[in-house]
Design a protein around this ligand. Sequence first.
Ligand code: PGA
Length: 241
Amino acid sequence: MNIRIFDDMQQASAAGAEIIAQAIAAKPDTVLGLATGSTPVAMYKELIRMNKAGEVDFAKVRSYNLDEYIGLDGTHDQSYRYFMDDNLFNHINIDKANTHVPCGTGADHAADAKHYDEMIEAAGGIDVQVLGIGNNGHIGFNEPDAVFHKGTHVVDLTDSTIDANKRFFASRDEVPKQAITLGMGGIMRAKKVLLLAFGKGKAEAVRAMVNGEIDPKVPASILQLHADVTMLLDADAASLL
Ligand code: PGA
């Protein structure tokens, strides 16, 4: 793993944006795997700035997001489709038709999950997968479990994830209890992985991911087996390494 430690989140986010811009310069129809949450927001802001400055062109870029809450459609302001539109897609020259977020409102989640994996495969796979990491070591919504799940699937969110995300909802009761997420197979098949983590709250998850056993109880630990992982950390997130 290529572990890069920065003084602060801004510098790490700028480095992440630069890596993505370079990938797009080399392959204009790059397939990006994108993440939501607070972690990538500063990197997305930098990509917006670079796009407006003519430094990166999203015209041919395709994107597949990691996950979506079950039960929230794209008009809900806590849905991940809404988040992506609001924090990135509405502000860059990407073709919305080329942006994909798993469907959390379909009648048949298993069929939707299978279709999502097939679409990614048909696109040639993910070139650069952006990841945050949960306090509990989750990536996407692959929660700690007895096994690593391969394909896109529906998960029950853990109490710790519901607690972490309740700040975005009017009350804890309104946080969806399930999500649909890309599986570990989909993430591991990405050609390049870019994982960002900031703040003391992530330090233990980062330590367990990098130095712990490869264990489905720390889903991110399987990235020890990936050939091209870059971690962009601030000093606090790296403090237990
Ligand atoms: P955060 O979430 O970016 O809001 O900290 C990360 C995650 O849960 O993967």
